[in-house]
Design a protein around this ligand. Sequence first.
Ligand SMILES: [Zn+2]
Ligand SMILES: [Zn+2]
Length: 157
Amino acid sequence: MSGLFCGGCACGAIRYECSAEPLLSEICYCRDCQRSSGNASAALLFVPMANFTLTSGSPKFYRVTGTSGFPLDRGFCSRCGSPMVVKPHRLPDLIVIAAASLDDPSAFRPQVEIWTRSAPPWACLHPTLLKIPEQMTAEERDALFALAPRLASFSRS
Ligand SMILES: [Zn+2]
Ligand SMILES: [Zn+2]
């Protein structure tokens, strides 16, 4: 497998590569992402699990109930603490990568900002991106799939 992009944690113990373009790139302002990232939001890339390979080390996982109400496993480096990946139970064929872990974070191209209602007043929201303020409505889901059509085939609900 040849890596299209790669990344890793702050200390270098964990390295990964990915052989597919992201299905979706989003910025999430939910409280769960805020706590795990230590920031106003988390920048996240969704990629097919089949295209993701750990080339060194492996994250340690803890389980939380996400703001959507569904469980997810958050993976971080147990040596340096960097948030690395998220495995949403609802989307078992996907893995979500923290964009800050990319070797080239400038490659991140956000398409949507979600849970914007819980963005703190000091956060700078993008002026033109699609906004989903809280739990996604059917209309918002359609708008999201229009931006990220390959994501639809991974979504089972
Ligand atoms: Zn590390
Ligand atoms: Zn979130």
